[in-house]
Design a protein around this ligand. Sequence first.
Ligand code: UD1
Ligand code: CA
Length: 458
Amino acid sequence: MNVVILAAGMGKRMQSALPKVLHPLAGKPLLQHVIDTALSLEPSRLCVIYGHGGAAVPSAVQAWGGKSGLTIDTALQQPQLGTGHAVMQALPQIDADAPTLVLYGDVPLTTAASLRRLVEAAGSDKLAILTVEQANPFGLGRIVREDGRIVRIVEEKDATEAERAIKEINSGIMVIPTRYLAGWLQALGNDNAQGEYYLTDIVARAVAAGVPVVSAQPSAEWEVAGVNSKVQLAELERRHQLNIATALLERGVTLLDPARIDVRGELLCGRDVTIDVGCVFEGRVALGDGVTIGANCVLVDTSVAAGAQVKPFCHFEGAVVGEQSVIGPYARLRPGTTLGQDVHIGNFVEVKNSTVAAHSKANHLAYVGDADVGARVNIGAGTITCNYDGANKFRTTIEDDAFIGSDSQLVAPVTVGKGATLGAGTTLTKDAPAGKLTISRPKQLTIENWKRPVKVKK
Ligand code: UD1
Ligand code: CA
């Protein structure tokens, strides 16, 4: 099968410099949604028709195609003379012996299941149209039937009053027997209200040529909804998020409010996971059995192991959180953070590119960067690893059972030995030996007979 994706329209109503099909829905460009769905149908050829936005669309498409193993072709349509003219640009790229599925780059949520039904209905020699009965069909092409059979499609602007009363609309998505396509497209005229070459006119041609025209329906109306404005983009985003939330609920995840979760990527959940309101998940996020995520957390490319609790207002990116750990509120885990079992990271603690082994704690106001922290370590409030000298970064090693007094600075590269204690306020510039107290602050001093200055009377 060939797939041709129409994406040349300019998207004026988006009021944006970015080509319409590159606007993100759930963090992924509209066109990439369509391409991913198309790829799941394993087409032999895939061609994207682009127009506006210069090289932005083809270069994005090349980047996504690389991952799939299929070369995605692009063809420029300039000027844009209509949907029929757009499909014509793909003719040199497609295989004449296989049917051609036409998709729109601005219709992101069509499911592969619905497309498979359409492809099945088309078989090898029929023209199949994805149609929907719509309460308000305004603006869309209407499916004209005689004795139940499709005879043509008429656009809103060309329709008679009687035709405008038809509720069955053309989604624009169709499967066409490719061997007839070139001939039908060449015969298209543009003598219509918009002066365009309408792809929809091939329907009447098929009927005239005795090629059967059939239809299939998607499971829901939103599957064929297109994006022409930011309002429609926001509506489809909500619909998509609600679909994801519903799927999570059906798999047993507890969502305190399914209308207040955003998944921009893949969220994998074990059993008995609870997610409070206002959380955002990006990239690949995995939550183990019994994990709870507090309100207003953002988790990016992160895994949280079984039984861990994430309290409100945390931000994790590229992190691994161990079983039974307790993180937050207000904790930040940056890329390269790996926390072992039962690690406690509290409020206003930032961890970056560090490993923290089992049962260790940094409960308040600390920066742990480029560090290897052993097991059962206590990192006091206000502790900072000074990992950067302004030019280079160095690692800090804190061995098992060490106790770092509050407000200490560990100037890397430096090692705190096993079971060592650092006194509060230590600026550690040399290794602290195992099992001993190291302290760098001057001895406390009390001045006897000292008096506070008093204001001089003038
Ligand atoms: C088209 C259909 C209409 C259908 C509607 C569904 C035609 C003539 N009409 O309407 O029956 O109900 O879609 O939304 O086909 N595009 C190009 N090049 C062009 C023109 C359009 O690539 O020259 C692309 C657009 O980027 C868009 C898609 O084709 O992705 C549809 O174009 P749009 O103008 O939105 O649809 P209509 O032509 O109004
Ligand atoms: Ca449209």
